[in-house]
Design a protein around this ligand. Structure first.
Ligand SMILES: Nc1ncnc2c1ncn2[C@@H]1O[C@H](COP(=O)(O)OP(=O)(O)OP(=O)(O)O)[C@@H](O)[C@H]1O
Length: 261
């Protein structure tokens, strides 16, 4: 994944705070909609490289969806287009505001010395009283199961705990959409499950927060409400979990047959 975009990790993206709505997009009950999105680049040698090709997706409010696909198929690029970090070459995007992007590497997520200060970091812009800040911080930490760590230094946290603190930062800012890029890549199994459960819990507590979770790990599908599967820059399937699981099992078994034949 490209980490060249540097910002306050997990902060709501300031340039996106105004409503960004592109005409002809139906938004009823949807937190995320992309229609016919293409994204391409032209290299310094003048070569045209299509990265996303006519991708469409619709994610209902309050749900956790996974974005799956082989290495290099365009998952992170699609997530960055939805985050507004990249402008699609063609197509329309609607994503509820505020939205937050959480990066893959836990060490890029936390910037303040303590957990409490880190979660409160993005709240300065809201002109809140100390009491309101404290209330938001404790509620957000509670949602991700990190209340007991409020006064801890961030350096001593595990990778998964850092990711949960980053998610709490977004929740404290009343984020409506979480765009989560392979958060569990660097985590051990226990931390991995802790992060995904924290996201799931945050969504069910609020009912208003929606998450799109990029992953390679098929076992994480069991926590999802739906999934989008990509290959070679295209959305190949967009559906409920049982259908996508059965599709992927067939895909894997046909691949195994091919390499064994
Ligand atoms: N700025 C860029 N310049 C050239 N190629 C790029 C650029 N950004 C992305 N790509 C290419 O576009 C394709 C999609 O990249 P992307 O990071 O979105 O894939 P991904 O599915 O997230 O991969 P991974 O699972 O390995 O993180 C890759 O082939 C990548 O090399």
């Amino acid at each position: 994944m490209d980490h060249s975009v540097v910002m306050r990790p997990c902060a709501c993206i300031p340039s996106l705070c105004a409503a960004a709505y592109t005409s002809n997009v139906i938004t009823e009950n949807l937190a995320i909609e992309g229609r016919n999105l293409s994204y391409s680049i032209t290299t310094k040698h003048g070569k045209f490289v299509p990265i996303l090709k006519d991708c469409s997706l619709r994610i209902p409010t309050g749900q956790l969806w996974m974005l799956l696909g082989p290495n290099g198929c365009g998952k992170s690029t699609l997530l960055k287009v939805l985050a507004g970090l990249l402008k699609p070459t063609v197509g329309a995007v609607y994503v509820k505001r505020p939205r937050s992007f959480v990066f893959q590497n836990p060490d890029h997520q936390v910037v303040m010395p303590t957990v409490e200060a880190d979660v409160a970091f993005g709240l300065g812009k809201f002109n809140l009283t100390q009491y309101e800040v404290m209330t938001r911080v404790s509620k957000a930490l509670d949602s991700v199961g990190m209340s007991d760590y409020m006064q801890r230094p961030v350096q001593i946290l595990s990778g998964g705990q850092k990711q949960r603190v980053a998610i709490a930062g977004a929740l404290a800012e009343a984020c409506k959409v979480l765009l989560l890029d392979e958060l569990t890549t660097f985590l051990d199994e226990r931390d991995q499950i802790g992060v995904i459960k924290a996201v799931k819990n945050s969504l069910s507590e609020s009912g208003e927060v929606t998450a799109l979770w990029v992953t390679h790990r098929l076992e994480e599908l069991e926590y999802a409400d739906g999934a989008v599967y990509m290959e070679d820059g295209r959305v190949v399937m967009h559906s409920d979990v049982p259908s996508i699981t059965s599709f992927l099992k067939k895909r894997i078994s046909s691949y195994t047959d091919q390499i064994n034949s």
